[in-house]
Design a protein around this ligand. Structure first.
Ligand code: PHE
Length: 353
């Protein structure tokens, strides 16, 4: 082949020098050109191999010196090969070197917050009964939160809800506050819509309470309002009974206890059989087998009048419940603080829900 004519060492050395110059001058801009270089010099039938084969013709006394020359030549060819490859990698031929079979880096996927999961489920149950979702501001005026709901200033029932005031009432200005219940949204709906009215009001509410496992300075409610002709307490009971059966299953038991709210008359609180101990008695139900989940009642005629709705013609029911409480019974969360601490160890448990 190429070296067949080589007669003496001189010629061989010249040949190597010529190839070195050629290697140094090689440029490759495509993977194909790099591959051609590899085949020509480093392949199994390449020039490096072939010239190595010349060793056997080298006289013994020159073998050591010539061996070093050959090795240097081989290394030069290999280094050039690497250079060509990495130069290619820097160019837009990157994909030629990219291993598409490598597994990708895992992407951390977030989870829905348990309160959102439960709120969504509550909303979807009431939507099936024809309730629409209404929303309103969290910073509210005194009238929508209290006055319109039959809680005039100095009414003792205001003590039921310790309030965060943003601005106290003055001669010319009403007080501004963080809403203590989403009944304020009911007020805004009655202000703008005519019966029949059928809405639920999900949202965050605020109360001035010391934070503990059982109380928080903010929590979430879903309140409901239904006003039409001939709406009765039986409608209220059936609606809420349907809700808890959908939420907790057909085996859930309910009971109504008479209660007091200024904006409803009569008023009732509803208990369900404890979903944690199945009514046997535990810490959550304080060993009674029952847990209170909501307040409700027939809309007070004065509230209807406040919004120009004729209480002789229309009646309605209203209810309000805490999302945290429902979530607690569904997921057995026994500390309210967990909901707002953003601890991934807590939140990740709702991945598959
Ligand atoms: N607004 C009441 C509360 O926050 C709940 C409620 C709503 C009660 C509607 C009766 C009727 O405690």
């Amino acid at each position: 082949m190429v070296f067949a004519y080589i007669r003496n060492m001189e010629q061989l050395l010249q040949q190597i020098e010529a190839m070195k110059a050629e290697i140094a001058a090689t440029v490759a801009t495509t993977p194909e050109q790099v591959e051609q270089f590899r085949i020509k010099y480093l392949g199994t039938k390449g020039l490096v191999k072939e010239i190595m084969g010349e060793m056997k013709n080298v006289p013994n006394e020159q073998k050591k010196e010539f061996g070093q020359i050959l090795n240097a030549f081989k290394m030069m060819a290999e280094e050039k090969m690497q250079q060509l490859q990495s130069a290619l990698g820097d160019s837009d031929e990157q994909s030629a070197k990219f291993d598409f079979t490598l597994p990708g880096d895992p992407v951390a996927v977030g989870t829905r917050h348990p309160l959102n999961l439960v709120r969504n489920q509550m909303v979807s149950i009431f939507k099936r009964l024809g309730f629409a979702v209404a929303e309103g501001p969290e910073v509210e005026d005194d009238w929508h939160n209290f006055g319109a709901m039959n809680l005039p200033e100095d009414h003792p029932a205001r003590d039921m809800q310790d309030t965060f005031y943003v601005q106290e009432a003055s001669e010319n200005n009403a007080a501004w506050l963080l809403r203590t219940h989403t009944s304020s949204v009911q007020a805004r709906v009655m202000e703008t819509q005519k019966p029949p009215i059928r809405v639920i009001c999900p949202g965050r509410v605020y109360r001035n309470e010391t934070i503990s496992a059982r109380a928080h300075c903010f929590f979430h409610q879903v309140e409901g309002l239904y006003i039409d002709e001939n709406v009765s307490f039986a409608d209220l009971k059936q609606t809420l009974y349907f809700f808890v059966q959908e939420m907790f299953g057909k085996d859930v038991k309910v009971r109504f206890r008479p209660s007091y709210f200024p904006f409803t008359e009569p008023s009732a609180e509803m208990d369900i059989s404890c979903q944690i101990c199945a009514g046997k008695g535990c810490n959550i139900c304080k060993h009674t087998g029952w847990v209170e989940i909501l307040g409700s009642g027939m809309v007070h005629p004065k509230v209807l009048e406040n919004f120009g709705i004729d209480p002789e013609k229309y009646t309605g029911f209203a209810f309000g419940m805490g999302v945290e409480r429902i979530a607690q019974l569904k997921y057995q969360v026994n500390d309210l603080r967990l909901y707002s601490q953003n601890d991934l160890r807590f939140l990740e448990q709702f991945k598959s829900v």
